[in-house]
Design a binder for this molecule. Sequence first.
Ligand code: DOR
Ligand code: ZN
Ligand code: ZN
Length: 417
Amino acid sequence: MDLVIEGRAFVKGRLSNWCIGIEDGRIVEVAKNLKGEEHLDYGQMLVLPAAIDPHVHFRDPGLTAKEDFSTGTMAAAFGGVGCVLDMPNTLPPATSLASLKEKQLTIAGKAWTDYGLFAGCVPGVKLEEMAPHAAGYKMFMGSSTGKLLVTEDKERARIGHAVKATNKVLSVHAKEEALLGKEREQDIRDHLRNRPYQAEVAAINKLSAMGCRVNICHLSSAAGLGAASGHNFTKEVTAHHLFLDRDNERGTFAKVNPPLRTREDRFALMQAFLDGRIDMLASDHAPHTIEDKSQEFDIAPSGMPGVETQVPLMLALVKKGSLPLDVLVRAMAERPAEVFSLNKGRIEKGRDADLMVVDTRALGGIKVNNLHSKCGWTLYEGYDAIFPHATYVRGRRVVEDGAIAGERGGRDVVVGP
Ligand code: DOR
Ligand code: ZN
Ligand code: ZN
């Protein structure tokens, strides 16, 4: 065995002292005692499956002043994320076989974590040929950053049919374009008025006709949660819709789609998350430069970073006793692995050795200077968080003790190295 990691590991739904035996990047044995060429004993620290973030925008290719695959995956690794699924609204957008392959070539060799790429849906898109390269499909029903948009019900139905044939998941930005206002915006309340919760509910209600596996991205309202619950959809929530609402007066920096809504919406989502009623924690990491965000409210782009902070924010809730650890592990690792068919997400024989080591004594405040996204800002300055002590991707240590600790060796989970 190449490596044995010992600690209070989360195995079969609970914490206990285990040795995790790793060979060629896979977990080959989980036992009380194991011997390996290298043996790392983390004592009382927790060993958890590394998180899988099923929704990031790493801006590579084409928008790399905001982020690139190196900085994005580095931020992910420091936040306990071992695998990310990247959205297609890059430049050019990943909406054809050629652009998806080009994106794969552009980012090859840059990643610190593993990754998969979404293929984007636009009218007329040829979905089938992208399937061997795609971790899933993404459809915007309402406009946001970039030009990807499908507004016609007939075209949406065609896409649903085609996605079903691939047996992949369709992640949906579920906001009905026809219900989005176009009034000039001066602040976050105007933004919210232009993007009412009814647009979320209407879009979700339409999705039951899709026929394929549907994943609702970034649920943002109590009503949207209610609409999604009646169907066989999987659901994502972001940390920003759990920790922030329209009363967070941060101007353009808090401008995001879907918008931050009311306290009541936030509390309803948080309660659902704590109860395990939401499948996945997803950052929707959407970095924009400070310069981009410093424009007038109306033209400033929507989106905020979050891939590095979402798990640390949640680990602080676990430490305080408000979030059960098993609920977090399910939402950050087990469910994303199940939904996107990844051989990750659990500490068990045969899975990739993607792990995070957590020292629960390390509660501290988030400081923007310690973060790694190229964008250089966060809305969580000073928030309580526990950053993982170490992150492993397929048995390789990537981060330890707040520093890069190994080589970058991230690979595409669909097409391989
Ligand atoms: O606020 C957002 N930003 N929402 C999206 O749907 C896209 C994202 C981005 O790419 O900036
Ligand atoms: Zn979205
Ligand atoms: Zn997004």
